[in-house]
Structures are given as structure tokens and as C-alpha cells.
Ligand binder design. Structure first.
Ligand code: S3P
Length: 438
């Protein structure tokens, strides 16, 4: 404790890496499965979500050999015509990306695919892919007429058409792109604002010709991606927890290296800078069409800001971490235009308001966002992470920064994306050996 009775926490310093980008890992495996030939992918995310995509790729007939530590894969691509109907139900677990992107691939496979997931995924909206996949010519059914999983996709001969998505969702756009690639003729996909463009970049890097304007991507069906050799960059959505912690803990000076810096994913870095964070970002190379580099974060004093509009899709997964930053900032932070947060792995608006309240911070829900009033008088407490990895990680971050005891009800939830969280925090604290989970 210092003289003000604040608990001191160790600064985060040095250089760290975070596990491979989850979004790019899913796409690399699926593009490799539809490529003609053998692909090698390194640096894969080892979480359960990507595990579900590996299982799906195998179930559709594409052999996938994994290294023991599950970071490397060799995938024997079958081309679209080589993929086959799965023998059993495809279980996407907690992973919306797996279910939606694999549904897009299944739309091109003659035969029936049944896709389901865990309790959380079975509550998430699917009409957003069911309706446009039907317009391409697939038969899609599911609970409540295709609104909820399990989904039943009968694929086959698809014809390209002009599609408009109802939400700026990269999962939807990618599902449709993967289906359109196996369709006859030209498909255009227009979204309300630009969502992450990893699928476009990876397809282009493997020789597929796409037409791209700001909100529209066009593809001529029947193109077969070349096999890929890819080292997946670190996940900015995991790095953000370290970067926010380093910004908030006095004396910190931390650099996350080898991290993906795709501009359609980096909105949170811009927001933190607007809040007053001392962040230095450097793009050093390209991997599979993705900019990769380092981000240095130094301890800073933050101010509240407004976040909304077209920036939301570029930071949608980082809002839980930004909410913790906002609760340390001076003044009000207002997030709007983020109603998608209500249909993620949990209702993240409700989960954040509840958890912040438990830990002594002021926050209230908006229908499409959240208002956080800082700075908080932090206490410890018990958090129900609602089975949502990013909520668990956000409140673990709150505990790391405040030094108060925060107990997460089901810590194993972080296995979805970032099981290495404590190892990386320990490394940044200069501790030897890992740290036990809370
Ligand atoms: C993802 C896209 C985002 C994001 C999710 C991963 C992806 O979802 O929230 O964690 O890999 O395409 P939406 O595109 O549906 O918003």
C-alpha cells in the first residue's frame, strides 16, 4: 500500500508475444482446406474455438496434421469439389466464427451438413447467414426457421448474386465470400460499414482475384486458392489486455511484438491514444497480406472519450478491455452503435455493467452501448463471466491493475482464446515460471 491506501501493482515491462490471431487462424485453416494442394500454417491460436475449426475441416474431408503444441498445421486441401458431406453433426462449440464460416463452405458441398454449438452459440443469431446463403441457392434451415442453431445446410450448385448484409459482420461477410467462391458467376457483398477484412487479404494472398471498394467486395466464383505458407501474427484482441494494463499501471513500459496490425482491427489503439495513452505502433512486415509489427505502451493518464459509428466493427472485441480503461479514466466514456455486443458469446453490455458495478466502478447500459464514469474506487469481488472469455479476461485485467482480489467464476472460459494470459502477465512482471490460475 502507498500513503493513499492504494495497493501497488508491479509494472509491466520488456517485450512479450501473444498467441496467434484467432480470426486469421480460422480463415487460414478453411482457405487451406479449399486450396488445391498442401498448406503449412504456423503460429495458430491454440484455443478451443480454433480447435473446433480444425475438427470441422477434418470432418469435411480435408486431412489436417497438427504439431503436438497445436500451433502448426499441415492441411491437405481438397479444392471445393473435393470436400464431402460430414458423417456427423459439426460441433462449433462456443465459436460463432466456426459455425458461420463453415456454414458458408458447407453451402458449396453437395449433401447435408448439420452445424451446432454450445448453449451460448445456440442462442446467437443465424438468420444473418441463412437468408443470404439461400439467395445464393443453398437450402438452410434451423431452429425458428433458420434463426438459431442447429443449422441444416443443404449445399450444391450456387449462383452468384448481389448481396447486402444487415450488419457489419466479418463472420457474415466471410461466410458469404467462402460460399461465393464456390458459386457460378459473380457475387458482390455490401456491408453497412467495413468489418475486418482478413478473409479478403488471405484469399488475395493466395491468388484469388477480388474486386474491393470500401464496403463492397466482389468475387467471380470458381477460383481455387493456391496453397498457403503462413505464420499467423499475434492476436491484437489478446494483446489489448496487456496494452491496457501497461497503460494503467504506473512505471510500465511494455512492447508487444509480432502482433497483427490490420487497420480494420486496430480501432482500440486509436481510441486509447485519443484517451491519452502513450502508444507507439510500428508495422514491420507483411504475412499473408496482413501488416505485422509491434506496439509499445507506457503508463499514462487517461481521459474519457466517445466511441461509436463506423469505428465499432474495428474494435468490437476490444470493448471489454476499453471499458476497464474507461473506468480508470477521468470523466465519462460513452460507447454507442454497439448493439452487436448484446449477441456475442454473452450479452457483453449487461456483463460489463454488472462486473464493473461489483468492482466499485460506475457504469450504465444503453440499448446499443455503455456509459462508464471514471475514475473508479476499485474493490475486489466475484465476477460471473457468463461463460464469455473476453469478459473473464477484462475482469482479470481489472484485478491485475487494481491489485484487488478478483475471482472469476469459471476461469477456464479463457481457453476459448487466450489460455496463456497469466504466463504472459507473469513474464511482463519479470516473474519466473508461470502463475497459478485464480
Ligand atoms: C470475428 C468477427 C467478429 C468478432 C468475432 C470474430 C471473425 O464478429 O466479434 O470475435 O473472426 O470474423 P462479427 O463479425 O460477427 O461482428
Amino acid at each position: 500500500m502507498n500513503q493513499l491506501g492504494e495497493k501497488l501493482t508491479s509494472p509491466l515491462t520488456g517485450t512479450v508475444r501473444v498467441p496467434g490471431d484467432k480470426s486469421i487462424s480460422h480463415r487460414a485453416l478453411l482457405v487451406a482446406a479449399i486450396a488445391a494442394g498442401s498448406s503449412r500454417i504456423e503460429g495458430l491460436n491454440t484455443g478451443e474455438d480454433v480447435g473446433a475449426t480444425i475438427a470441422a475441416v477434418r470432418a469435411l474431408g480435408s486431412p489436417c496434421r497438427m504439431s503436438k503444441d497445436r500451433t502448426q498445421a499441415q492441411v491437405e486441401g481438397c479444392g471445393y469439389s473435393g470436400l464431402t458431406e460430414a458423417e456427423d453433426v459439426i460441433d462449433a462449440g462456443n465459436s460463432g466464427t466456426t459455425l458461420r464460416l463453415v456454414a458458408g463452405v458447407c453451402a458449396t458441398i453437395p449433401g447435408v451438413s448439420v452445424l451446432t454449438g454450445d448453449e451460448s452459440l445456440r442462442r446467437r443469431p443465424m438468420a444473418r447467414i441463412a437468408l443470404p446463403l439461400r439467395r445464393l441457392g443453398a437450402t438452410v434451415d434451423g431452429r425458428r426457421g433458420g434463426e438459431l442453431p442447429p443449422l441444416i445446410v443443404r449445399g450444391g450448385s450456387l449462383s452468384g448474386t448481389a448481396l447486402e448484409t444487415e450488419v457489419a459482420s466479418a463472420q457474415v461477410k466471410s461466410a458469404l465470400l467462402l460460399a461465393a467462391l464456390g458459386a457460378q458467376g459473380i457475387t458482390s457483398i455490401t456491408e453497412p460499414s467495413l468489418s475486418r477484412d482478413h478473409t479478403e487479404r488471405l484469399l488475395e494472398a493466395s491468388g484469388v482475384v477480388l474486386g474491393r471498394s470500401h464496403r463492397t467486395v466482389t468475387v467471380d466464383g470458381g477460383q481455387c486458392p493456391a496453397p498457403i505458407e503462413l505464420r499467423v501474427p499475434g492476436d491484437i484482441s489478446s494483446a489489448i489486455f496487456l496494452l491496457v494494463a501497461a497503460t494503467l499501471i504506473p512505471g510500465s513500459d511494455l512492447t508487444v511484438v509480432d502482433v497483427g496490425l490490420n487497420p480494420t482491427r486496430c480501432g482500440a489503439l486509436e481510441v486509447l491514444q485519443r484517451m491519452g495513452a502513450r502508444l507507439d505502433t510500428e508495422v514491420l512486415r507483411e504475412e499473408g497480406g496482413e501488416p505485422v509489427g509491434s506496439v509499445r505502451a507506457r503508463a499514462s493518464n487517461l481521459q474519457g472519450v466517445q466511441i461509436g459509428g463506423e469505428q465499432i466493427p474495428t474494435l468490437v472485441d476490444e470493448i471489454p478491455a476499453l471499458a476497464i480503461a474507461a473506468a480508470h479514466a477521468e470523466g465519462e466514456t460513452i460507447v454507442t452503435g454497439a448493439s452487436e455486443l448484446r449477441v456475442k458469446e454473452s450479452d457483453r453490455i449487461a456483463a460489463l455493467v454488472e462486473g464493473l458495478g461489483t468492482l466499485g466502478a460506475q457504469a450504465r447500459a444503453l440499448p446499443d452501448g455503455i456509459v462508464v464514469e471514471g475514475p473508479a474506487a476499485w474493490s475486489g469481488g466475484d465476477i460471473d463471466e457468463r461463460g464469455d472469455h473476453r469478459i473473464a479476461l477484462a475482469f482479470a485485467l481489472a484485478g491485475v491493475v487494481s491489485g484487488r482480489p478478483v475471482r472469476i467464476k469459471r476461469w477456464e472460459t479463457v481457453n476459448t482464446s487466450f489460455p496463456e494470459f497469466w504466463d504472459v502477465v507473469s513474464q511482463a512482471r519479470g516473474e519466473h515460471g508461470g502463475r497459478a490460475d485464480p
